[in-house]
Design a protein around this ligand. Structure first.
Ligand SMILES: Nc1ncnc2c1ncn2[C@@H]1O[C@H](COP(=O)(O)OP(=O)(O)O)[C@@H](O)[C@H]1O
Ligand SMILES: Cc1cn([C@H]2C[C@H](O)[C@@H](COP(=O)(O)O)O2)c(=O)[nH]c1=O
Length: 212
């Protein structure tokens, strides 16, 4: 049975890497896929992984229609067995519904990848619709750690080093350096706005995971 699968986890847990691995495995076994992304960090229409792998992808903007796109390819005589869809948190609810229709009516597997929630812990619309419609939601097994050593579960946004809880839902960025950056924290430290920088300033150079 074809499936709509949502692979999710916080930033930097290996989603894009898994998307590329999945495409590689499927294509080396003779299956024909199509690759999509939306607002990749690289600034180009590509799936790019922090491990260094990348591959061209079709950019999904707000106007993009998966159903029309796939039908056009099939009508032109091209075969499609599966779709790989990265940064799916940025898709609209309607686009996720189109993906579900592609699975149900065209018997095409759809593998989606994206973060669940934004820096305010609110679900992205695309992710919410995927949780509602997917046949399976898979959480990646390995993820980043909070500075305290606990499992990193929540995405924090920092502006000039300070964690913020207001602003646009979408600001493309990375977990490395930069004026606006992201840091994955455990829930307790996200709730207390205790980033690694703040922990160092408050608790000393080598903060222990207790008593802040
Ligand atoms: N040099 C490296 N060697 C091994 N793993 C790495 C290296 N650089 C990054 N990673 C791993 O790559 C993963 C991030 O991959 P990526 O696919 O970009 O994540 P996501 O799409 O979830 O943001 C992390 O698990 C990180 O530990
Ligand atoms: C938390 C959060 C993230 N984003 C952006 C930042 C990145 O460009 C992507 C996530 O990419 P990754 O491959 O999972 O690392 O989402 C955002 O726009 N708003 C947010 O709140």
């Amino acid at each position: 049975m074809p499936e709509l699968v949502f692979h999710t986890g916080p930033m930097d847990c290996g989603k894009s890497t898994l998307a590329l691995q999945l495409d590689h495995t499927q294509s080396t076994h003779g299956r024909q896929g199509r690759i999509f992304t939306s607002r990749d960090r690289s600034g180009r229409a590509r799936i790019s992984s922090r491990l260094g792998l990348e591959t061209p992808a079709t950019e999904v903007d707000e106007e993009f229609d998966f159903w029309t796109h796939v039908i056009a390819q099939l009508v032109a005589g091209r075969r499609i067995d599966y779709l790989v869809c990265d940064e799916a948190q940025f898709y609209t609810g309607e686009q996720v519904e189109q993906l579900a229709r592609v699975v149900d009516e065209l018997q095409i597997d759809v593998y989606t990848f994206g973060i669940l929630a934004d820096f305010r812990t609110k679900l992205f619309p695309g992710s919410q619709r995927l949780v509602e419609l997917a046949d399976r939601v898979e959480t990646l097994p390995i993820g980043p750690l909070c500075w305290c050593g606990a499992k990193g579960t929540h995405n924090a946004r920092t502006v000039n080093g300070l964690m913020v809880t207001e602003g646009s839902q979408v600001v493309v960025g990375d977990t490395g350096a930069g004026e606006i950056r992201y840091e994955v924290l455990c829930r307790a430290h996200h709730r207390r706005r205790m980033t690694a920088t703040r922990a160092r300033a408050t608790l000393g150079e080598d903060p222990l995971p207790f008593g802040e």
